[in-house]
Design a protein around this ligand. Sequence first.
Ligand code: NDP
Length: 327
Amino acid sequence: MFKALVLSKNDDGVSSEIQEMNADQLPEGDVVVNVEYSTLNYKDGLVLNGLGGLVRNYPHVGGVDFAGTVETSTHADFKAGDKVVLTGWRVGEVHWGGYGQKARVSGDWLVHLPEGLDTRQAMAVGTAGFTSMLGVMALEDQGLSPEKGEVLITGAAGGVGSVAAAILAKLGYDVAGSTGRADTHDYLREMGVKNIIGRDELSEASKRPLEKELWAGCIDAVGGTTLSRVLAQMKYGGSVAAIGLAGGNKLDATVIPFLLRGVNLLGIDSVMCPKERRVKAWNRIVTDLPMEKLDGMISQAKLQDLPQLGKDIIAGQVRGRVVVDVA
Ligand code: NDP
């Protein structure tokens, strides 16, 4: 038997309850993992609140990522005792996820934890931080380097933003961050943000298709008007890694920055990201994300805290990363 936070759907919407479950109830898969830690991502907030149509079948166990130890495996790449991390593959949406003490999944979805990262640290990074690393790698693939100029992070005090700030600062970039929360300024400076920009400065549509060239690169967690505004402010040849939609999923922009400044808009998907790139990203996290900064981003939670935290993250009220100890 093991504990899980089980979501059910009724006339009033989605409700949750911690239940004792039997391992036979777990969905199909060739690897059973004893989950040690999960975390809270924006998408988990949607699932916990029954938003976005992400979950089709109830009862459901959410948690889009987890880290733990393999209990049993018939998959060639994994054996009992292996430390593993899982993000994406629609786990926590269409397949039961990490908000329980056990999970059964396909071994194709798992990555061995890299040397130098334990299960708690892996979930402090979580999907949000892993995706930040994918974003940084995509910007580098387009030729970004520190001497090209300042890199902007939107939604800087959130999970994606905080990890991106710590990585970029470690790599020697001048980091600018936009935030709507004045009480996060000291925190953002600790994460490595040198230039703090008010969210309002970017949330109004640009009156011109091109503005002053400000940013060599951008990690965008916000989308919407903010992204269209940022496109108009990119330096010649600069790239934006489009990661999130915390501020909206509509993009009302002109093509002028692409045509006259050679700006690149790079789509970042962590869910179906190929295994080889996942392994590369996790290895880069070990070398390029300072662990003392990661410690400064974490707040700790239990399964019973998740219903409230799910509301908080949708309201944009979660700072940094939340690690969920499922014990
Ligand atoms: P968080 O809630 O932790 O961070 C989002 C941040 O965006 C907030 O902290 C806030 O930052 C800012 N924000 C919130 N609401 C608004 C608003 N209305 N207008 C402008 N800014 C706003 O979420 P995560 O970091 O976990 O995820 C960020 C985004 O990235 C989400 O949309 C998520 O779905 C997406 N995502 C995408 C992935 C992919 O594979 N492409 C993977 C992981 C996440 P501040 O307070 O500093 O202003």
